[in-house]
Design a protein around this ligand. Sequence first.
Ligand SMILES: CCCCCCCCCCCCCCCC(=O)SCCNC(=O)CCNC(=O)[C@H](O)C(C)(C)COP(=O)(O)OP(=O)(O)OC[C@H]1O[C@@H](n2cnc3c(N)ncnc32)[C@H](O)[C@@H]1OP(=O)(O)O
Length: 211
Amino acid sequence: MSDSQPAASTAHEGGFRPDLAISTKRGGPHYADFNEEVRTLMDKVRYACPSDELALDAIATLRDLNAKLDEYLVDEWTTPAGTRVDLPARGNITLPPYEISAAGPDGVVATVWFRPYHLGGNGVAHGGQVAVAFDDLGGMASAVAVNGVCRTAFLKVNYRSLTPLNTPLQMRTRVDRRDGRKMFVAGTLHDGDRLCADIESLFIELKPGQA
Ligand SMILES: CCCCCCCCCCCCCCCC(=O)SCCNC(=O)CCNC(=O)[C@H](O)C(C)(C)COP(=O)(O)OP(=O)(O)OC[C@H]1O[C@@H](n2cnc3c(N)ncnc32)[C@H](O)[C@@H]1OP(=O)(O)O
């Protein structure tokens, strides 16, 4: 399949497609740098207090860039964001960046970073961003367990201590118990030996055609 063509429709058309084509080519050889510059922009915007002159300059530049990007929009099954498994967080800039070191029957182990734009308050990560990372990596542990797609039914995060920014952290998620389509997923986030957060969650395996 060409990297720019829409993903083929499947028997799951109308539902969540379990056969997303994985590609390390979509978006071209500079997609990683493109991602990184966007994340850096978000870091700067989070802390910048621009002069009005700079704000107007930035608005003009961003409008110009957005108009260019309009020419290259594709559907969610074809976009590199979320399917570039060679990049942090599969190239999805809406997720905190992570790199997976293990994914299998024993669960998922990843190094995750919270960047300046994930600031909650007083120099540490926003709790919602911590939950986003758990949701994605908990979803991945359940997806690996069923070899299919799961959706979060509930996700309880216990915030045990502050989660630092700009620090490599260890996130682990695993299916603790399976009951049919129900995957009870546990997970932890550590800064070295210090527990930052843990989860109790339920992911449900989707039926064919289910959205
Ligand atoms: C291409 C590269 C990919 C590479 C690698 C792929 C990896 C890719 C990783 C991606 C990872 C992303 C992970 C993000 C995951 C989201 O963030 S999904 C978005 C957030 N979640 C949602 O929007 C879900 C909204 N809710 C729903 O759609 C539906 O309620 C659900 C969850 C699908 C369940 O509905 P259902 O299928 O009709 O199931 P239902 O019969 O209601 O319930 C089934 C069972 O679960 C129980 N249950 C359901 N909900 C609950 C609840 N909240 N509490 C307790 N029990 C519950 C029921 O009681 C029932 O139990 P039993 O009677 O069978 O014992």
